[in-house]
Design a protein around this ligand. Structure first.
Ligand code: SF4
Ligand code: SF4
Length: 425
């Protein structure tokens, strides 16, 4: 990246030495894990470019948007509705972080036994290495798991303009009413931030834009049903990760281009791995950039990942928002309906997720499931037990993994995953 970006990073208040260290780890990881893959779709060149410019060109675009009067909103969760953000003339970027950083500083603010995802978000802030966080005019936290909601109490002292959204924990009429009230409050906060009133026209446009992006990633997911798989799990995960911070229209176009290419591959029976390669569904915690540890191990072990039951995956993107409303109120209701279907493990009880996992196993012709839980993530680790039981009852092999972002357990994970893949053959 050029020196122009260095002055941009300085202006954003980044620590250039720490930031260089992060970019170097990220670049090396990408080189080793992604660029060494064989047989990738040509369309993945777009994502290689996006990743090479993740702290460069994309940040410049966001800063240009800010200079033109647009606001940037950062979020940590798929419950923050992008439709409302876009309709208020702002841009939403994901802030979930998938790498350890400034761990010692983080552990002065958060207990050691906090999940890696929360610690990483704090580490990126304390280490002054995240240009997305530093560009954001509003950061939205949400009361999902206990770890996040308590961590936001500390994060509020570290960032400007933290907005905390309350979220229901039960799928009841009261729960839905709370979600609607919170989305109304969020709408007002966005209008206040941007000075732009959300109209039925702007909201309808925004719903169409976000639906198009979700539809493109669904199209990509559906193509993974083919055997041989036309795209690796690593590449499909990357597309799902980039979903959270790319320009929506450009993302949609780029994913659709890859899908056109994958359709040709499928017609020609061309895959990234041979036909009959063991097929695995990954289910559980979100895997944020640059957390590629699990698919790297699984696909090196001779299996292919064919789907992610995750917020960086189908849980977060599978539902579209009904765009047929004629008033802002009707469309807001549609946004509530859409998001109320997200079956995050923070909900109790959460039977929809169990059904969705089984449905995905059938749809993607998966031979087995790896349940991916981050250490200290109570909601997903607790739920991994009923998931395993439900799968066992249907003779679907399941491997429960509990890990973090460090590479210390790679050897042990490799051994367990290789044995699991052997069992599926
Ligand atoms: S797993 Fe739950 S808390 Fe995390 S992004 Fe998804 S919905 Fe939000
Ligand atoms: S991974 Fe689990 S503990 Fe961590 S933020 Fe998500 S739900 Fe909370």
């Amino acid at each position: 990246m050029s020196e122009d970006y260095r002055s941009m990073w300085t202006d954003l208040g980044l620590d250039l030495v720490a930031h260089d260290a992060l970019l170097s780890v990220l670049g090396q990881g990408y080189q080793d894990i992604y660029l060494s893959q064989k047989n990738r779709p040509e369309g993945m060149a777009y994502f290689d470019f996006v990743m090479s410019e993740v702290h460069g060109l994309r940040i410049k675009e966001l800063l240009d948007e800010k200079a033109a009067g647009r606001k940037i909103v950062g979020s940590f969760c798929v419950f923050v509705p992008e439709e409302l953000v876009l309709a208020a003339n702002a841009t939403l970027v994901g802030l979930c972080s998938g790498a350890d950083f400034a761990t010692e500083d983080v552990e002065r603010l958060l207990p050691r036994n906090t999940c890696a995802l929360i610690k990483s978000s704090f580490g990126f802030k304390l280490g002054k290495v995240c240009p997305y966080l530093e560009s954001a005019d509003m950061i939205v936290g949400e009361n999902t798991c206990d770890g996040k909601k308590k961590a936001y109490e500390s994060l509020g002292g570290l960032v400007n303009n933290l907005y905390v959204m309350d979220l229901p924990q039960v799928k009841s009429a009261n729960g839905k009413a709370l979600l609607k009230a919170e989305y109304q409050r969020f709408k007002a906060a966005l209008e206040d931030l941007t000075g732009v009133a959300i109209t039925k026209e702007s909201l309808k446009d925004a719903i169409h834009t976000v639906n198009a992006k979700r539809a493109a990633i669904h199209r990509l997911s559906a193509l993974r049903k083919a055997d041989p798989a036309p795209i690796s799990g690593l590449d499909a995960l990357l597309a799902n990760q980039v979903f959270f911070y790319d320009n929506p229209a450009r993302f949609t176009e780029s994913v659709n281009k890859i899908c056109d290419e994958l359709e040709k591959r499928i017609a020609a029976k061309q895959g990234v791995f041979p036909a009959k390669t063991p097929r695995i569904l990954v289910s559980g915690c979100p895997q944020a950039v640059p957390n590629w540890k699990l698919p790297m191990i699984v696909e090196a072990a001779g299996a292919v990942i064919v789907g992610e039951e995750s917020c960086v995956g189908e849980r977060g993107t599978r539902h579209l928002t009904d765009a047929s409303g004629e008033t802002v109120e009707q469309m807001l209701d549609a946004i509530v309906d859409r998001h109320f279907q997200v079956d995050c493990a923070i909900f109790t009880p959460n039977p929809d997720r169990l059904e969705h996992i089984q449905q995905m196993v059938a749809d993607y012709h998966a031979d087995g499931v790896i349940h991916y839980g981050l250490q200290f993530c109570q909601p997903y680790l607790m739920e991994s037990m009923p998931v395993e039981k439900a799968l066992e009852d249907r003779q679907i092999p399941c491997l429960r993994i509990e890990t973090d972002y460090s590479m210390e357990d790679v050897g042990q994970l490799k051994t367990r995953i290789e044995a699991f893949v052997e069992q599926l053959k």
